[in-house]
Write a protein that binds this ligand. Structure first.
Ligand code: NAD
Ligand code: IPM
Ligand code: MN
Length: 357
């Protein structure tokens, strides 16, 4: 097939890990006879430095005209003082909103050979295979009113609003049940229905949607308990259905079950053009040192092939190359343990490329 992929590396480690994923995609194209046209764009802090805004119009246009978007990460201390509408993170939120990407899939699966890399005990994490489904264009991230306003007493008031409509909940719940049907048929819906009205509606709508999926088991869990259960007994979870902010937080926690946040890919879907990115950020503390783990981004490229282009065989080949590379003992610093082979970002990328070829 012939396809156009927008590549937005962004900031920090984004600039190191994305080239590794592109290398892998190029090998896939060669090996399976496809033509991928890579079109590069500016995003985040790097775009601010270049043209003054985090999401330039031509980057948005590029994303819209492409068949899929591969993104690295945005943000960093350099841009932290900026007004919110001009911060790098707005680019990501803008892309999600403008592309209509309401469903974010974050699979946390343990590669057996990494059981020792996690900070949790092997017997707790063995066999985990969790899919966090995060609602991505609603909730407190986008709800209004929002902002910081001056108070008569000289103080200020910071406001954000958690809002969900029936339709927003219905469509993300459907994604979760459909995904569960292809897995172990169990959805755990995460909410705070004991306190928040938006969660009460969330729970009610999820229960209603389940009527169309009688073969899928549905459970509800409060988010505080969910955070605890994830480290107590993560194997109990199959699909975790979360609102925007709960999914953001719990997926970082789930990432650590797999050994490192540098392992977790994601797919953001919902409309024509999907966006694929690691769940981690620009990792300013390790940026520019060639030590970041590129696997989350390479695995995101595999999700891109599978979700955007239905190239499941090709996606599987990438996953197998990752497994083989890990089996051979290659480890970046974040997943390194005694006896394994410590490598940098580019060496890890090249090892995956070799094992794919
Ligand atoms: P982070 O995910 O960037 O880093 C958290 C920790 O994980 C750091 O210690 C980092 O070194 C480590 N880490 C992250 N990715 C890694 C990798 N590939 N390999 C090895 N270690 C890795 O989160 P943060 O420090 O809270 O945020 C830094 C910046 O990134 C902020 O500006 C934030 O807004 C932004 N951010 C962007 C995204 C995104 O673009 N999708 C996601 C999260 C955070
Ligand atoms: C993520 C990030 C983003 C989010 C930020 C950078 C806007 O943490 O993709 O998980 O909160 O969604
Ligand atoms: Mn996050």
């Amino acid at each position: 097939m012939k396809a156009k992929i927008a590549v937005l590396a962004g900031d920090g480690v984004g600039r190191e890990i994305v080239p590794e994923a592109v290398k892998v995609l190029k090998v896939v194209a060669e090996k399976f006879g496809h033509t991928f046209d890579f079109a590069y764009g500016d995003v985040g802090g790097q775009a601010i430095d270049k043209v003054g805004v985090p999401l330039p119009q031509d980057t948005l246009a590029l994303a819209k005209q492409s068949d899929a978007v591969l993104l690295g990460a945005v943000g960093g201390p350099k841009w932290e003082g900026l007004e919110y509408s001009l911060r790098p993170e707005r680019a990501l939120l803008g892309l999600r909103e403008q592309l209509g990407l309401f469903a974010n899939l974050r699979p946390a699966k343990l590669y057996e050979v990494l059981a020792d890399a996690s900070t949790l005990k092997k017997e707790v994490i063995e066999g985990i295979d969790i899919l966090v489904i995060r609602e991505l264009t609603g909730g407190i991230y986008f709800g209004k009113p929002k902002g910081i306003e001056a108070l008569p007493n000289g103080g200020e008031r910071g406001v954000n609003t958690e809002v969900y409509t029936t339709e927003e909940i219905r469509r993300i719940a459907k994604v979760a049940f459909e995904a569960a049907r292809r897995r172990r048929k169990k959805v755990t819906s995460v909410d705070k229905a004991n306190v928040l009205e938006s969660s009460e509606l969330w729970r009610r709508v999820v229960i209603a949607v389940q009527k169309d999926f009688p073969d899928v088991e549905l459970n509800h869990i409060y988010v505080d308990n969910a955070a605890m259960q994830l480290v107590r007994n993560p194997r109990q979870f199959d699909v975790m259905l979360c609102n925007n902010i709960f999914g953001d937080i719990l997926s970082d926690e789930a990432a650590m079950l797999t050994g490192s946040i540098g392992m977790l890919p994601s797919a953001s879907i919902g409309a024509q053009v999907g966006l694929f990115e690691p769940i981690h950020g620009s990792a300013p503390d390790i940026a520019g040192k060639n030590i970041a783990n590129p696997i989350a981004t390479i695995a995101s490229a595999a999700m891109l092939l599978s979700y955007a282009f239905k190239l499941d065989r090709e996606a599987h080949a990438i996953e197998e190359a990752i497994v083989k590379t890990l089996d051979l003992g290659y480890r970046t610093k974040d997943i390194h343990s005694a006896g394994s082979r410590l490598v940098g970002t580019t060496d890890m990328g090249e090892a995956v490329v070799r094992n794919l070829k």
